[in-house]
Design a protein around this ligand. Structure first.
Ligand code: CAA
Ligand code: NAD
Length: 283
């Protein structure tokens, strides 16, 4: 079986990006979101990015048209029954993801691979709620998906070689470089990145410096393209907190304790750029 038709679930910043690169690479893509407005907004963002790419002469008008032609809205989750691969990119919460994977296991044919873009949750645990754990895998894209070259590919304890090879090959077809990473909390990317972001938040919390100055330190001092607080806002503070909780629970080590200021911001609904406010205010 070759992968031709793909459903991406979750049309937020990651899902829309994954749908875009898959449609650009020639896959037939169905984009689904439980929230109809989020689905419309996801498609609009893709159209805007493609128009910008045409203006910048990175792609032609024909490539834009064929990408949009490859991309369809899926109003119902049941449309996954026609797909060879499902890539889930919904909220970073084990209960919500488990419920979705149970449903997908019922809906999709036996050959369908179920992939998750989770940032940190155990693939083995997500796979265990299905009757096909050997065909469940982590496919962890980086944000913004159209720009960032890396995909972490994470096998659960039961993921088989065929599934791993198909997903690694697909990542290459999407123009990405894939790295195999073991199923440990936060995998490799977020195990390293998130404690840095959390530490930057502690530095604000303890009055070491302002968010702007901490970001300046890391941009000008370490040549990072974004400071850690700007990056946290960009990722989503809710997502950052979920990931820190997974590291804290998974390793039972106080070095991963989420900063109380991060918890407070998330409780306030300050989820970063997507909600209009985080460490910075967005209009
Ligand atoms: N979607 C698509 N394309 C985007 C984009 C987005 N959200 N944001 C920027 N771009 C594109 C722009 O279109 C631009 O390309 P063109 O000039 O050809 O149009 C290019 O990226 C550069 O953008 P800008 O000039 O506007 O800004 P920049 O030079 O500051 O680059 C950036 C923007 C690429 C996001 C850069 O700031 C960067 O690399 N930031 C760090 C990103 C990062 O660390 N990502 C990983 C996050 S962690 C993660 O993803 C894992 C997890 O589980 C949380
Ligand atoms: P987001 O909040 O931008 O989008 C999530 C989307 O999922 C929303 O549109 C929401 O309506 C939809 N959704 C929620 N529950 C759903 C359900 N049961 N069925 C269908 N749709 C549902 O989030 P995001 O930043 O795109 O993150 C999505 C996933 O990708 C998370 O697991 C996150 O950890 C992971 N991830 C995020 C980043 C990042 O930088 N933000 C990077 C890599 C991976």
């Amino acid at each position: 079986m070759t992968i031709k038709r793909v459903m991406v679930i979750g049309a937020g910043q990651m899902g829309a990006g994954i749908a875009q690169v898959a449609a650009q690479a020639g896959f037939e893509v169905l984009l689904h979101d439980a929230n109809g407005t989020a689905l419309d907004e996801g498609i609009q963002r893709i159209e805007k990015l493609l128009t910008r790419a045409v203006q910048k002469t990175r792609i032609t008008d024909e490539e834009k048209a064929s990408t949009l032609n490859n991309l369809k809205r899926a109003k119902k989750l049941e449309d996954a029954r026609t797909c060879d691969l499902v890539i889930e990119a919904i909220v970073e919460n084990m209960d919500v993801k488990s419920k979705l994977f149970r449903e997908l296991d019922e809906i999709t044919p036996a050959h369908t691979i179920l992939a998750t873009n989770t940032s940190s949750l155990p693939i083995t645990e997500i796979a265990a709620v299905t009757n096909r754990p050997e065909q469940v895998i982590g496919m962890h894209f980086m944000n913004p998906v159209p720009v960032m070259k890396l995909v972490e590919v994470i096998r659960g304890i039961q993921t088989n070689d065929e599934t791993y090879e198909k997903i690694s090959q697909m990542a290459e077809e999407l123009g990405k470089t894939s790295v195999e990473v073991a199923d440990f909390p936060g995998f490799a990317a977020n195990r390293i990145l998130m404690p840095m972001i959390n530490e930057a938040i502690y530095a604000v919390y303890e009055g070491v410096a302002s968010p702007e100055d901490i970001d300046t330190v890391m941009k000008l001092g370490m040549n990072h393209p974004m400071g850690p607080l700007q990056l946290a806002d960009f990722i989503g503070l809710d997502t950052c907190l979920y990931i820190m909780e997974v590291l804290y629970d998974g390793f039972a080590d106080s070095k991963y304790r989420p900063c109380p200021l991060l918890r407070k911001y998330v409780k306030a609904g300050w989820h970063g750029k997507k909600s209009g406010r985080g460490f910075y205010v967005y209009s």
